[in-house]
Each structure stands twice: as C-alpha cells, then as structure tokens.
Design a protein around this ligand. Structure first.
Ligand code: G
Ligand code: G
Ligand code: MN
Ligand code: NA
Length: 254
C-alpha cells in the first residue's frame, strides 16, 4: 500500500504523535515552552519524519485534518502542563502553507482553544518564510486575525527564504526564528558571524523577539547570548521529547 493512503488511516489508528522540544529563555534560564514536532509511528517503517509525509499530506489534502489533530493535541498538552505546574507554558505549532491557506483555519484554531480551554496567549504558530511571501496580502490579513484572537506568530527558518524586506515590516509577527544553518556556521568565518549579527539587528529593528534554533554547543549558546538573542532551542539542551520526559524539563534551570 502506498504511503498516501496509509496516512489516511494513521490518524484513526493513533499512529501520529507529538514530541516536544524545550525552548529556553536566556535571561533567566527557564523553560519558556515547547515546540510540538509531529512524528508518524508507522507499523512497518518505524518513525517517519514529517519531512517525508507532510508533503504527501499537502498534496492529498490530508494536511487539513492532520493539522487540526496537531493543534488540538498540542493545546491539550499545554493545558495539562499549565494545570500541573501552575504557570502558562507556551506551545509552538508548525503550520504549513496549504493548512494556513485552506478555508476554516481560523475556525480550527478557535475550536482547539475552546475544546482545551487553553488561553490563546499560550499558543504560537510557526510559519515559514516562503509561506509569507507566497501571497503576502492575504497572509497579512490572516495573521492579523490570528493575533486579534491572542496568538503569537513566529516566522520559522528565517534567512533561508526570500523575504522582501518591504513586506517583512508589514507582517504582523512577534518572533523571528533564526534558521539553524546560521547557528551551525556562525564560527566558520567573519562573514558568517556578521550574517547572524545582522539578522539579530534586523529583528531588533522590527521589534521581534529572536529564537535561535539548532544550538548544539556551549560556545554557540554563549555567543548568541552576547548577541542579544532572547530564546534558544537545540540538541545542546534537549532533543524533542515524549510528553513525560518533557514534563521533567519544565522546572529545570538551564
Ligand atoms: O522535528 P523534525 O526535524 O523532524 O521536523 C522536520 C520538519 O517538519 C520541520 O521543518 C518542521 O517544521 C516540520 N514539522 C514538524 N512538525 C510539524 C507539524 O505538526 N506540522 C507541519 N506542517 N510541519 C511540521
Ligand atoms: O523547520 P523547523 O525549525 O520546525 O525544524 C525543526 C527540526 O529541527 C526538528 O525536526 C528538530 O528535530 C530539529 N532540531 C532541533 N534542534 C536541533 C539541533 O540542535 N540540531 C539539529 N541538527 N536539528 C535540530
Ligand atoms: Mn519550527
Ligand atoms: Na526552523
């Protein structure tokens, strides 16, 4: 059977799961929240990466249903943590192009929030740079609507797309996530170091908070802190974790 039709059953068979990667706040070393990362536990192929099946889900339309499941599951988990730990825990959900542009996306967000009773302020959406530039005018409208609800909007994989600066400053964004390729190469040369500095300067002038992703070493962490980065994520702190293991990171001091 081909992957596409198996994916149709994956939801019913409970084969989709979310892992959670901590997002660390640099000013005080606390866990500010988590990014929810989707996995497919395939009965024969083992764990399948979203890189593999999200494109399939986008082409056969299943992304809408999968996206709703992810939103609901992530909000549910954030609410559980909030109740257990007595403070709001931010949850970030990745949203793909086709999902965001499908009609009913805002309704799906509202339903997930209502059903789980999570405050909208705890939900962050990560949209990729390429998405923002595909249809900027209607995207700006939609993001405004989501922010009016109370959501936080982050631009993911920043620096890898082709953002037009003239649109970027009109985009209703809260967070800029520096793509991990920049963190990866920040010590390679003076030019690479300058690149990440200028991304941080751009974020500052646009009044966006910055998350650096893909932090794998203490040296990277220290440099990013010196450069004024607000949040970090990466294997240096933690891989994406199952809910129980993620719970143990909530009161961890980094
Ligand atoms: O966690 P991992 O490195 O496997 O993620 C690979 C890619 O899949 C990343 O680009 C990530 O943004 C994307 N991704 C992870 N979870 C989701 C999800 O729930 N929905 C969408 N649309 N993309 C996701
Ligand atoms: O596109 P997005 O930023 O959503 O991608 C998230 C992906 O990056 C996840 O699949 C996650 O597993 C992966 N990831 C998270 N931290 C690190 C890291 O420190 N190094 C590397 N190589 N990948 C990471
Ligand atoms: Mn992401
Ligand atoms: Na990214």
């Amino acid at each position: 059977l081909e992957l596409g039709s198996q994916l149709r059953h994956a939801l019913d068979r409970d084969e989709l799961t979310l892992l959670y990667q901590p997002m660390v706040q640099l000013c005080d070393g606390t866990t500010a929240g988590f990014e929810a990362l989707l996995r497919w536990e395939h009965p024969e192929h083992g764990t399948v990466s979203p890189n593999m099946f999200i494109p399939i889900a986008e082409s056969n339309g299943l992304i809408v249903e999968i996206g709703k499941w992810v939103l609901r599951k992530a909000c549910q988990q954030a609410k559980l943590w909030q109740v257990e730990f007595g403070r709001p825990i931010m949850i970030s959900v990745n949203v793909s192009v086709r999902q965001l542009s499908a009609s009913g996306f805002v309704e799906a967000v509202n339903e997930a929030l209502e059903e789980t009773q999570l405050q909208p302020e705890c939900l962050k959406l990560e949209v990729t740079e390429s998405l923002l530039m595909q249809d900027p005018e209607s995207t700006i409208e939609l993001l405004h609507e989501l922010r009016r609800i109370g959501l936080t909007i982050g631009i993911d994989d920043f620096g890898t797309g082709y953002s037009s600066l003239s649109y970027l400053h009109r985009m209703p964004l809260d967070i800029l996530k520096v793509d991990r390729s920049f963190v990866d190469s920040m010590f390679d040369s003076d030019k690479n170091a300058a690149l990440i500095r200028s991304i941080l300067a751009l974020a500052k002038s646009l009044e966006l908070n910055v998350v650096a992703e893909g932090v794998e070493t203490r040296a990277q962490l220290q440099r990013l802190q010196d450069l004024g980065c607000h949040f970090v994520q990466g294997f240096y702190f933690s891989h994406p974790l199952k809910p129980d293991a993620a719970s143990e990171m909530i009161n961890h001091h980094w």
